[in-house]
Design a protein around this ligand. Structure first.
Ligand code: TPP
Ligand code: SF4
Length: 278
């Protein structure tokens, strides 16, 4: 019988000190992740956090597990490859709204439809924090706080939950940086879910969007059970304000790769490799 690992949340933090701005929402995501890891008794040696580039994508350095700080928008590609090659590992991909929905948007929709058994946490502050406050795909169209878009970006913001649903994501939840305890529970549930779990976190950028402190008055916890009906979820995700937190949608779908495919692939790749040997 494997022994349950008993560590505290602080034991999952690395000695590297975060360099985020004081008040950045990403601190709260880090705390929620380490709390969830402690709650699940996760083995650090079997856990990998993969990210892209951005303030949010620095997170793997602050967790005492394996980590991979990848290329902008490519965290999901790396994480899926890793999970398929090493299904025994617990794999989490992380990043910001710029990283995940802009340059990495294509990987995001295909990860939703592919349904590899892993977790993706998108830390959404509706802005490119690291590169000093440019508009991202989730920036409100009238946000006029950046010199680059003085009248606002003028384009509709993405609705990440609706996008994920349309692309086939089977598990969709939303957290808020002002509620790390709820977020820790959602992360634990996401890790335990047998498929692609997408956690959208509203994580404030205090430096470039100080008005996001107002979110605390708008967020509201979902009291009803998660939706299982795709049509109902589509209606809700297209028309909601984007501030309902909790587990929003959960379904079961076959994961990728299909059972038996890995060994078949290994066999095919093995004979291909053998054909090159002299
Ligand atoms: C290929 C490439 N293009 C652009 C950049 C510049 N860049 C670095 S981080 C970033 C956006 C970060 O925003 P987000 O992912 O929302 O994370 P945040 O910093 O807000 O947490 C950009 C455009 C880059 N590093 N690599
Ligand atoms: S710039 Fe924004 S996202 Fe980046 S560390 Fe500062 S508050 Fe956080």
């Amino acid at each position: 019988m494997t022994e349950m690992i008993k560590l505290k949340a602080k034991d999952y933090k690395s000695p590297v000190k975060p360099i985020w701005c004081p008040g950045c929402g990403h601190f709260s995501v880090l705390n929620a992740i380490t709390k969830a890891m402690a709650g699940l008794g996760i083995n650090k040696d079997n856990t990998v956090l993969v990210s892209g580039i951005g303030c949010s994508s620095r997170l793997p350095a602050y967790v005492d597990s394996y980590g991979f700080h990848g290329v902008h928008g490519r965290g999901l590609a790396i994480a899926q490859g890793l999970k398929v090659a090493r299904p025994d590992l617990t794999v989490l991909a992380l990043g910001g709204d710029g990283d995940g929905f802009s340059i990495g948007g294509n990987h995001f929709i295909h990860a939703c439809r592919r349904n590899v058994n892993m977790t993706y946490i998108a830390m959404d502050n509706e802005v490119y924090g690291m590169t000093k406050g440019q508009a991202s795909p989730t920036t409100p169209m009238d946000w006029d706080h950046s010199k680059l878009t003085p009248h606002g970006p003028g384009v509709r913001a993405f609705k990440p939950a609706a996008l994920a649903l349309a692309a086939g994501a089977p598990w969709i939840a939303r957290g808020y940086s002002g509620n790390p305890n709820q977020m820790a529970k959602l992360i634990a549930a996401a890790v335990e879910y047998p498929g692609f779990s997408f956690l959208h976190v509203m994580s404030q950028c205090i430096t470039f969007c100080p008005e996001q402190t107002d979110w605390k008055a708008i967020v509201n916890e979902r009291e009803e059970p998660a939706l299982a009906d795709e049509n109902e979820a589509a209606k809700q995700f297209l028309h909601e304000d984007g501030f309902q937190t909790g587990l929003l949608y959960a379904q079961q779908r076959p994961t990728w790769p299909p059972e038996g495919a890995t060994s078949a692939q290994e066999g095919a790749l093995g004979s291909l490799a053998a054909s090159f040997r002299v």
